[in-house]
Design a protein around this ligand. Structure first.
Ligand SMILES: [Fe+2]
Length: 230
């Protein structure tokens, strides 16, 4: 992902302000989506840094992570909060969310690199994703990283229709999707990070289901949330 580093400071600040405002709008519309985006931003930043990206490039990608599901906030309530499997028609409607987000970002003049990361975060390495069925290296690298972080958080957090998976089951399931859903080297870097970072998993601050009674120590592990967060 090209960094917004090349942009002049005014434009860079403008981009950051857009991201804050859009992230706030996600939080006001649906706190569960917002919390998911917040964790994905943290995970994708850690992954980018582990893959040798600069601090600034990691932050830029994290900003994309923070608003990657913005398009969902434009969906109907019954679809956004549905607690069971989606019908084919509903799924088609849900699959519009990356395109909606990209359109909003373009309207605000967000950098192309951010737009493309958000637009392609549901592409799959084997070409079976959406919206453009891109495959392999044709998927922007930023989006390939975002996909891994996104799926990891989706598996490890409660959803209205399912409980979070445990660490081992999550790892096994993600490994089984190397080369289909995920870019193998990106997944390998993520799993290495997962295996070597204590308390990697960010525990939820809120859940659509009742939270377990005892707080996990990782609940307060927000040390790599950026100083510009709010
Ligand atoms: Fe998404």
């Amino acid at each position: 992902m090209a960094s917004v580093q090349q942009l002049d400071p005014g434009t860079r600040r403008y981009t950051q302000n857009i991201v804050y405002e859009l992230a706030r709008s996600i939080r006001e519309r649906d706190i569960i989506t917002y919390e998911h985006c917040r964790r994905v931003a943290v995970y994708v930043n850690r992954l980018a840094r582990a893959m040798g990206w600069s601090r600034r490039a990691g932050r830029d990608l994290a900003q994309a992570g923070l608003i990657h599901d913005l398009g969902k906030t434009w969906l109907r309530n019954d679809l956004l909060h549905k607690d069971s499997a989606l019908s084919l028609k509903e799924r088609t409607e849900m699959e519009r969310h990356p395109g909606i987000a990209a359109r909003i970002l373009m309207t605000y003049g967000a950098p192309d690199a951010m737009v493309e990361a958000v637009l392609h975060h549901h592409e799959a390495y084997d070409g079976c994703g959406y919206p453009d069925k891109l495959a392999g290296e044709a998927i922007p690298l930023s989006a390939r990283l975002l996909t891994v972080a996104d799926v990891y958080d989706a598996l490890t957090s409660d959803r209205p229709y399912k409980r979070a998976m445990d660490d081992d089951a999550t790892r096994d399931l993600m490994l089984s999707m190397a080369g289909t859903r995920f870019d193998p080297p990106v997944l390998a870097a993520f799993l290495r990070l997962l295996d070597t970072t204590p308390d990697f998993r960010l525990m939820p601050r809120i859940s659509p289901l009742p939270l377990p009674p005892a707080p996990h120590p990782a609940w307060v592990r927000d040390d790599d949330v950026f100083d510009w967060w709010y």
